[in-house]
Design a protein around this ligand. Structure first.
Ligand code: PLP
Length: 371
């Protein structure tokens, strides 16, 4: 038995399965594995390696620091930095041999200035087709690509990002198609002018939803980690959850009726029961929003979280007939017996998305990579 308070076991066999599943969904298009934010909380370097082994052809991150971490970890694959750089970030990106997304003149200027002999400034031009975030307006896309080329950059990509690919039904379900139409209009002229450059648009949801949006490459994150990009059950899309977050019952004690657990006395025993204390709290990434609003697995059954989640601890009601007396395994995310709790389920309880659930698992929780 480990002495860790809790452990996030990362199943790299599952990750390789998910990568090959996405590569298949992408048809002939390249799979770019998105490993930003420490691989959505799963550990960037081992996940990048597993994704490449599973069929990914390249990697994407948000920041130059994340790219440097991959290089230090021995990853030699192509890396695309997707969020805007500033200051010395351009130099560092090129020193790390990365490609960079540009969506305005400042990005082009920064990349052109950082280029040098043996340090090509490879850029992907981002078009804002409706995400309303980064990128140039569609009617300025060719001009920005031309400006990048004239400034000495190598234009190697044209991309956009969907705002509603995860909504298969509902009022915004059709907006992805509108964005796709706007993007598609730019593609022929771009391909004529920059043959060999890659055109890409799809995230995980779009990759699973519409193979026609794959173009030359798809950029997948969440599905790689076995979470449903649609907020549902990952197995519906043949995805296997990668993170298993487990702990132990640190203490088990009898409660008589009306005894309370935790700060603010937000829960009181309605009857005599056994309460288990788990050494996990919001500083570990177990959100305080889960106070009186979550279940964990103990002995193969679901037991409710009771009381307010503290920084380091949380209580569960094991019930009057509990057989546990301390030391037993607790599953926060993952399987135990026939029961399973997904990051998607926790996200639904919190009114959030699985991305935030796994990203929030803090550095205090040891990652153990297996498979
Ligand atoms: C994070 C990100 C992705 C990956 O999205 P998922 O929904 O996790 O697949 C793709 N493209 C861009 C621009 C991103 O920022």
């Amino acid at each position: 038995m480990s002495d860790a308070r809790s452990i996030a076991t990362i199943d790299l066999t599952a990750l390789r399965h998910n990568a090959s599943r996405l590569a298949r969904a992408a048809g002939g298009a390249e799979l770019m594995a998105v490993v930003k934010a420490n691989g959505y909380g799963h550990g960037a370097v081992p996940c990048a390696q597993a994704a490449l082994d599973g069929g990914a052809g390249s990697l994407a991150v948000a920041s130059v620091e994340e790219a440097e971490e991959l290089r230090l970890g021995g990853v030699s694959a192509r890396i695309l930095i997707m969020s805007p750089l500033a200051g010395a970030g351009f130099d560092r990106a090129l020193a790390a041999g990365c490609e960079v997304v540009v969506g305005d003149d400042a990005g082009v200027r920064g990349m052109a200035a950082a280029a040098g002999p043996g340090r090509p400034a490879r850029v992907h031009v981002e078009v804002d087709t409706g995400m309303g975030r980064l990128g140039v307006a569609p009617d300025g896309a060719m001009a920005l690509a031309e400006a990048a080329d004239a400034a000495g950059c190598e234009v190697v990509g044209l991309m956009t990002h969907f705002a509603t690919a995860d909504e298969r039904v509902g009022p915004e379900a059709g907006f992805m198609m509108e964005q796709l139409v706007r993007f598609r209009q730019l593609v022929p002229a771009f391909r004529d002018r920059f043959p060999g450059a890659q055109v890409h648009a799809s995230n995980s949801a779009a990759t699973l939803r519409d193979p026609d949006a794959a173009f030359d490459m798809v950029r997948c994150g969440i599905a790689l980690y076995g979470c449903s990009p649609f907020g549902g059950d990952p197995s519906d899309d043949d995805l296997i959850p990668v993170m298993h977050w487990t702990s132990r019952l640190a203490q088990v004690k009898p409660f008589t009726s009306r005894m309370s657990a935790g700060y603010g006395r937000t829960w009181r025993a309605a009857r005599g029961t056994w309460v288990g204390i788990i050494p996990v709290g919001y500083a570990d990434g177990f959100s305080r929003d889960l106070s009186n609003n979550d279940e964990v697995l103990v002995g193969g059954r679901r037991v409710p979280v009771v009381g307010t989640v503290s920084m380091d601890l949380v209580a569960v009601d094991l019930g009057p007939e509990a057989v546990e007396r301390g030391g037993e395994e607790v599953v926060i995310i993952g399987r135990q017996g026939d029961e399973r709790i997904t990051a998607d389920e926790i996200a639904r309880r919190r009114g959030s998305i699985s991305y935030e659930v796994t990203c929030a698992v803090s550095p205090r929780v040891a990652r153990v990579h297996q498979g």
